[in-house]
Design a protein around this ligand. Sequence first.
Ligand code: PLP
Length: 397
Amino acid sequence: TEQLSTRVQALELPMTIEMSKKSRELAAKGVDVISLSLGEPDFDTPDFIKEAAIEGIHQNYSHYMPVPGFTDLREAIAAKFKRDNHLTYGVDQIIVSTGAKQTLANLMLSLIEPGDEVIIPAPYWVSYLDMVKFCEGVPVVVESSIETGYKITPEQLEASITDKSKLMIFSSPNNPSGAMYSESELEGLARVLRKYPNIFVISDEIYELIQYGYKHTSIASLDGMYDRTATVNGLSKGFAMTGWRIGYMGAPAWVAKACDKVQSQFTSGTNSIAQRAAIAAVSTEPSQIQYMIDAFTERRTKMLNWLGSLPGFRTSNPEGAFYVFAEISELIGKSFNGKVIENDMDLCIYFLEEGHVSSVPGSAFGLPGHIRFSYAASISELEEAYKRLAVAIDNLS
Ligand code: PLP
């Protein structure tokens, strides 16, 4: 292994993937594990999207395509940005990639110089931190808490800024907390950012469609932010298309051009059939996927009631996404069979091994003392998980 680059040796496997692996190992031994650790909808891709893919196959979309994506797809994405986000992007400002993950990687490879500071509000999505480090940037983590609904304040943002600050990256709705910044909260952050024109913003809006009666705002639509923001989105969450691997962004043309160049050397344009399917997805009115939101809404209410009633659990009021991010610091220091639960990771492993419920520790998202439970599962599974957790907590002393 000493032949491996230091770059890759420093890279960690996401804890989300580690937890899924552990729970699959238990399941392979015949244990009936309820998996609440995964970040994907439990729905199948809607039929109208599948039909578009099948048509794409019949129409022989089987050749190399333009690196940034088919023009008609990028036109459809431009129309979506206008329809939903009040953002006007030309086709040359839009890049389609292999998942929002690649969109983010393209952006970071294009923007980060070694030593540049990248402001990341915590809790954050696992991969931001490792991608920044991989690009030799320096993550500057700004912690939020349950008291502020897991959002950072303008004062906190300003205090984190130095003359090395290059980027800020955040997601709203947030994975793992579900927190969604309102327009006035984003305006508060934008007011600070306007004083520091050299800081570029990556706004990850992949959970845009999964929210519970709140109004989604894109920070790029606020005064002065358009020319310094990349608006990242994708089909994985809202359209239940995690396996299709379609992510995209709208950004200033100079940024889009750089990402196009990076992508042209690493992967070329993403899968042609998935792109044909993507046209159907982004062109549809969000009401087409309301049935999934309705199901998530019911589960959210139940999960908040259930988990909120567990001793030692505190829950916030997540505006979006499909996670409950529970504050569990009261349970740290308790023990089971003489073994002390030292931190959130220990508690997750205890819940998995003794309660057969898998989840992800908050430390994976830069905020220890928490656990993330996904509610992308059936109501009966969620109820059973709650009962198992209640017993597991009762068995702690
Ligand atoms: N951003 C956030 C906040 C996520 O939670 C995820 C997936 O878990 C992604 C980006 C990446 O999504 P994909 O690469 O499937 O488009």
